[in-house]
Design a protein around this ligand. Structure first.
Ligand SMILES: *Cc1c(COP(=O)(O)O)cnc(C)c1O
Length: 369
């Protein structure tokens, strides 16, 4: 069998190993926050935001941010049908209702017109997910949000390195959330970041993130409210500090890999890939190929062909509304979300992927067609 090509693995150098080792050796007692503070500072500077709180995951960052906005039972949160469950699970944890909205056929991100149509008096937030590093139409979403007084939240878990008309993904909404899971462009193994420019929201999340103990509280072991425990560890933050120093290189490499796929595949009739409209730069987390309907290529056929070649085939996300946790609401999946997920695939894109490996993948796709 041919050697396996993984779809993703982290890029870890001596720099990250050095910081992690130092954190394991010295990052205790009065030094226990040093790498965490440094990681948050570097992230704020990169994104151009006022506040950042490192967390144990993106899911945790979203959960705390939504809780801090006061979202609870009876509320509705509008969210794209095409995303990972981590975007929607916090809505359910807060006993609010996720209202799934279909995607646009080109960006695969939430359709602003359908968002507008889904707004009810119960709508308390709209979550924009920059899918695979592609960018949502933020101008339209922010306008809708402003008009109705509803906060726009950015799930930028997949969008580090993506820029929308000069503004970094994650920095434009009421708050943004990032993931540093092992599959993401920048990784700490597990980890995340909450970011905002809103000082009140920042203070609320800071209190929530500290088991409900306000910074101003002087009594020891005295939580004022029930909070959360979604903290990052010093060793993870140390790895994050190394990754932040290499961020430009990490994103550049992701873009190179996407460009190489584009060079060979985009001119093939019936294939479309991640769009990059004028005025935007995409971080290119997941190079993705959508096959035209006319090609009649099924998900099963794609999976089989990749399996035979020993190449990891990563499926396009299922519409969340079609998954078991949401069955009680008898939802109808978004037409486009369902249609695209049946005929699309993410291509391997780890930083150290070889030219030969990319050519093997490209040849396979051409042979499937
Ligand atoms: C990875 C991911 C998450 C979850 O991130 P965790 O850090 O694993 O909690 C949420 N939303 C999207 C869009 C993701 O890709």
């Amino acid at each position: 069998m041919k050697p396996r090509i993984h779809y993703t693995k982290p890029s870890i150098t001596e720099l990250e190993v050095g910081y992690a080792t130092d954190a394991a050796r010295n990052g205790w007692g009065e030094h226990c926050h040093e790498y965490i503070n440094r990681f948050e500072e570097a992230f704020k500077t990169h994104l151009g935001v006022k506040y950042a709180i490192a967390t144990s995951s993106c899911t945790g960052a979203l959960h705390m941010g939504l809780a801090a906005l006061g979202i609870g039972a009876g509320d509705e949160v509008i969210v794209t049908d095409t995303t990972w469950i981590g975007t929607a699970a916090p809505i359910v944890h807060l006993r609010a209702k996720p209202v799934f909205v279909d995607i646009l056929p080109d960006s695969w991100c939430i359709d602003p017109e359908l968002v507008q149509a889904a707004i009810t008096p119960r709508t308390k937030a709209i979550i924009a997910v920059h899918l695979y590093g592609n960018l949502c139409n933020m101008d339209s979403l922010l306008k809708i949000g402003e008009h109705h007084g509803i906060p726009i939240i950015e799930d930028a878990a997949q969008a580090i390195g993506s820029v929308y008309h000069g503004e970094r993904a994650g920095s434009m909404g009421k708050f943004g959330a990032f993931s540093f899971h092992g599959t993401k462009t920048l990784t700490t193994g597990e980890g995340g970041m909450f970011v905002t420019n809103d000082s009140d929201l920042y203070e609320k999340v800071l209190t929530l993130s500290n088991h409900g103990r306000a910074l101003t509280q002087t009594k020891q072991f005295w939580p004022d409210i029930i909070g959360f425990k979604y903290k990052i560890s010093t060793v993870q933050a140390a790895i994050g500090c190394g990754q932040m120093e290499r961020l430009e290189e990490l994103v550049k490499r992701k873009r190179e890999i996407l460009d190489n796929y584009r060079l060979h595949l985009e001119s093939v009739p019936g294939i479309s890939m991640n769009p990059e409209p004028e005025g935007t730069i995409i971080g290119a987390w997941m190079p993705t190929v959508v096959f035209s309907k006319a090609l009649k290529i099924s998900r099963e056929r794609l999976q089989d062909a990749f399996k035979i070649e020993n190449i990891d085939a990563r499926l396009f996300f299922w519409p969340l509304s079609s998954l078991p946790p949401f069955s009680e609401w008898s939802l109808t999946p978004g037409k486009i979300a369902k249609d695209i997920s049946d005929r699309a695939i993410n291509l391997p894109s780890y930083h150290d992927i070889l030219e030969d490996e990319q050519l093997r993948i490209i040849a396979l796709i051409k042979s499937i067609i």
